[in-house]
Design a protein around this ligand. Structure first.
Ligand SMILES: [Zn+2]
Length: 260
């Protein structure tokens, strides 16, 4: 069991495999349900989705789950992270990664400022295969979309479109910031650090910003669907979604998840 002192950020560490104990997956489901019932975190569906991803790792449906992004450590998250190693999964804290394509063509000051901001919001990685953790965390280089797709078992079409949207978002952000302060880099940097709201100049820019920031999750998954997957009931993302829905149903998690 992890002691609190061990839960430090290991940005790009390499974890040893944890011997799997003879514990039933049912135990994990039961701990998860109890943690969700008892949590005081308002957005329980976010926790529930993260925990379903951990169950999917335990069930062999995906090599790695990234959980805890965008919300602080809490009792429910702590319980699952503590239990996961006892079920043979490796866990670690890391900084949210950036895909290599996200920062293409972007100024280095912008990429560095974002990296510092991301460093203040650690994530938790749960993996069935320590080798996949190694691939994620080797030398601090941004992941390629292929590595991300493989590690998280997301369809590559969805991962690629997600990063096209992220890249478009960054370019739009830079255009809008430059407009606000006449291209003064120092002031642009300060605006990025303070998380200033974007101000589109016209309808075309508003439409572009909406496209860049819209996220359409496949139900019961953390997959941001591409347009093609969203439009097809038998697409890769939809098939994974159906699989995860069955897992959620078996584990009694459907009442906690976002309405489907
Ligand atoms: Zn897709």
């Amino acid at each position: 069991m992890l002691e609190p002192a061990q839960k430090k950020i290991i940005p790009y560490g390499v974890l040893e495999p944890v011997p799997k104990k003879n514990t039933e997956a049912q135990e994990l489901s039961s701990v998860i349900r109890q943690a969700l019932r008892e949590t005081t975190m308002p957005s329980v569906e976010v926790l529930a989705q993260d925990f379903l991803d951990v169950l999917a790792v335990d069930a062999g449906l995906k090599p790695t789950a990234v959980i805890g992004f965008g919300y602080p450590m809490n009792n429910a998250l702590d319980r699952i992270i503590t239990l996961a190693p006892m079920l043979g999964m490796a866990t670690s804290m890391s900084h949210p990664w950036q895909a290599s394509c996200d920062s293409e063509d972007l100024p280095s000051w912008y990429v560095e400022t974002l990296a510092r901001l991301y460093a203040s919001t650690p994530i938790h990685i749960v993996s069935a295969i320590p080798a996949s953790l190694n691939a994620l965390m080797t030398d601090g280089s941004p992941l390629s979309p292929e590595q991300e797709s493989h590690s998280l078992a997301y369809p590559s079409c969805c991962v690629n479109e997600y990063h096209r949207r992220r890249h478009a978002y960054h370019l739009l952000t830079l255009d809008m910031l430059a407009r606000q302060v006449n291209g003064d880099e120092l002031r642009m940097r300060r605006l990025v650090q303070s998380g200033v709201a974007m101000a589109p100049k016209d309808e075309a820019e508003t439409t572009a910003l909406l496209w860049a920031t819209r996220t359409n999750f496949a139900p019961c998954t953390s997959i941001a669907m591409c347009g093609a997957c969203a439009a097809d009931s038998d697409s890769p993302a939809r098939r994974i979604s159906a699989q995860f829905r069955r897992l959620a149903d078996r584990a009694g998690l459907l009442p906690f998840l976002s309405p489907i």
